[in-house]
Design a protein around this ligand. Structure first.
Ligand SMILES: NC(=O)c1ccc[n+]([C@@H]2O[C@H](COP(=O)([O-])OP(=O)(O)OC[C@H]3O[C@@H](n4cnc5c(N)ncnc54)[C@H](OP(=O)(O)O)[C@@H]3O)[C@@H](O)[C@H]2O)c1
Length: 212
């Protein structure tokens, strides 16, 4: 299995890379700064930015599955997903790669909070999403729109807050909305779930919520 990873140097990306290597997969990663990446000698590195169409295409070409755990390094307006995801989709179409599993967030869809208690839904919608997470949420809305109209075999994994705690191996999955009172999940469990989707068709063409 040949996997192309975008965002491999990030917090979730490092976990995902380690799992792919552990599974015996060949990994190609697009990295802005390969020298800082501990796993660089065990993978094929394409050096460059996800805003560079040629570098994105070189990363995708020849892979069976694309994993994206890209994101901005700050809460400011960086438009990482707005710029990169359309380039990834275009590169996949040009090179005939069909499957992409992308990390998104529960903020991507208006219905995501419909299973939450009213008070929690109000606070998240009216305060959290409109202030602190304004730009990350805008990016995730954009990512969802790009993937869902791509015609590719896409899955967008949509967690609430990510933590760096050890994975529990037990979590809730929901295709409709964030599970009731689901407020966090560890990056390790998210990485494990994304790995499980490489060989699964269950969530193709769908967004899927994941939380404790
Ligand atoms: N934090 C949360 O609680 C939370 C909750 C739900 C969803 N999410 C979403 O989950 C995703 C991943 O989060 P994370 O915390 O694992 O990520 P992260 O640690 O912030 O890492 C982001 C990754 O994206 C890469 N990247 C950004 N711009 C790039 C560019 N122009 N070219 C190439 N690579 C680029 C970074 O590369 P460099 O190493 O070169 O910077 C890094 O590998 C994000 O989309 C985030 O919005 C986060």
């Amino acid at each position: 299995m040949k996997i192309a990873i975008f965002g491999a140097s990030g917090a979730t990306g490092q976990l995902l890379t380690e799992r792919c290597l552990g599974a015996g997969y060949s990994v190609t990663a697009l990295l802005r700064r390969p020298d800082n990446f501990a796993q660089r000698d065990r993978i094929r590195v394409v050096q460059g930015s996800a805003f560079d169409a040629a570098a994105v295409r070189e990363t995708v070409e020849g892979s069976n599955v694309v994993l994206s755990v890209l994101g901005a390094r700050s809460l400011k307006k960086e438009d990482v997903l707005e710029q990169a995801v359309p380039l990834i989709v275009a590169a996949m179409k040009q090179t005939g790669v069909r499957r992409i599993i992308a990390l998104g967030s529960a903020g991507a869809l208006p219905d995501s909070l419909k299973k939450q208690p009213t008070w929690r839904r109000w606070i998240v919608e009216n305060i959290v999403y409109k202030t602190m997470l304004k730009w990350p949420v805008a990016s995730q809305i954009s990512q969802y729109a790009t993937l869902s109209s791509s015609g590719l075999d896409w899955t967008m994994v949509m967690p609430p807050m990510l933590t760096n705690t050890p994975g529990r191996g037990v979590y809730r999955i929901d295709g409709e909305a964030l599970p009731r009172n689901g407020s966090k999940i560890s990056r390790e469990d998210v990485a494990d779930f994304m790995m499980s989707q490489i060989d699964s068709r269950e969530w193709v063409g769908k967004g899927v919520y994941i939380s404790y």
